[in-house]
Every structure is written in structure tokens, then in C-alpha cells.
Design a protein. Sequence first.
Length: 255
Amino acid sequence: MFDLTGKVALVTGGRRGMGKAHALALAAQGARVVVTDIDEKACSEVVEEMARSGREAACFKMDVSQKAEVDDVITKTIAQFGRLDILVNNAGIFKSRLALEMSEEEWEETIHINLKGQFLCAQRAAKEMLKNSWGRIINISSIASGGVGVGYAGAAHYAASKGGVIGMTETLAAEWAPLGITVNAIAPGAIDTPMVRAPGEKLTKETEEEIAARVPLKRIGKPEEVSTMVVFLASEESSYVTGATMYVDGGWLAA
């Protein structure tokens, strides 16, 4: 099950955290993986790690909020690998700012990367996927996305973008189902990534205890525990799943 041999996957924001974990997981299942990020050097290190395991991969610098860059990278992907089957829309930012203090520029930066960027990548990828009447688009959202009772001070722009991702996912799923393309979202809870800690540092004991108190499983999640859902949604085994949001949150929303 979950064999991705012969498939070509593209992961945005793949240099670290969940993006890196997703790229490695897809490669482990046999996919050829294109890793993209604004930091090309760090991105290339992920590709080198896959190459040491005998996996075929490539790295391209890409700002998901810039249509010209998205078009260029996917064109290069097709030129190198001949097709595109799987897109993982992982790239995103979170810069905490209270709503009364938030500038228009801060709002727009978050929306442009977290929401507009996912749309631009999905739109361009779908144009390639429809050629083979098969595609998997996986959008990364968050439990902080509205409608589930999870709100954070300083996250109005982030929550708006992630809620938009879920709404967009449902619409694209309906539009593209006749083309053989499924579109789903994953909404992680608290995951141990650079977004919840300073890069290169471990979570403090206090932060871990605060998170654990909210989570029935009593711990913070690992990036690899989200990647297993990515692999499922990327595979043939998820063929009857589209327009869904999969919550990977240790039971947070159930508590």
C-alpha cells in the first residue's frame, strides 16, 4: 500500500520542519520529489539527503506568492521529470502580531504566502495533472482556521489565511474531481517545528507542558506524524477522498 513509484511530487517550503518531513516521506514511498523553498541552499541539503538514500530529487528556489516563479519552477519540473502528480502546499509563515497593532503590510504578507501562494501552486499544478487525468493536491491548513473553537491572540492574519485554505480546498475539490484530481487539506495541531520554537532550539519545558495540558495524548506532535497523512492522501488508496480536511492534532479538537 501507499506505493508512489513512478509519481512526481512537489513540496513547497520543504527545507525544514513539516515540509522536509513530507518530502522525505514521499521519497521513501518511491516518489521522485521536487523540493522548493525561498532558501535554495537549505533546500538542496534536503535533496542531498534523499540522494544518499538512492532517491531521485531536485531543488528549486521559489517564492510561492510570485506567479512567475511558480510557473517557472513547475515548467522546470516537467522538463526534468516529464510530469507532476502530487503537490504538497506546505509553505507558510506565522509572525505573531496583535490585531490592533498589525500593519497592512503584515496582513498582506501572510495572506499572500499562506493563501494566495497555495492557490497559485494548485492552479498551475492542476494544469499539468489534468493531462494524465490523475492528481493529488494536499493543502496544509491548521486547527487555527475558524469554525472549530481555536483562536490565538496575535494570529488574526494566520487564522484567516488557514481558514481560507479550507474553503478553497473544498471548492477546488468540486471543480477538479471530473479531471481526476483530488484536493484535500490537512490541519495539524501543535507540531514540533520551527514555527512554534526558535530555529535550532528545543521547546522549553514550560511550553511543552502548556501544550500537553490541551492535548488528550499529552504531548506535542512530530512532523513525521503529519507526513503519514500526506502519504495517504498522495496515494491511490485515498482515491475516494476529496474536499476533506484531516485534523492531525492529538485529539485537541475532541477535548
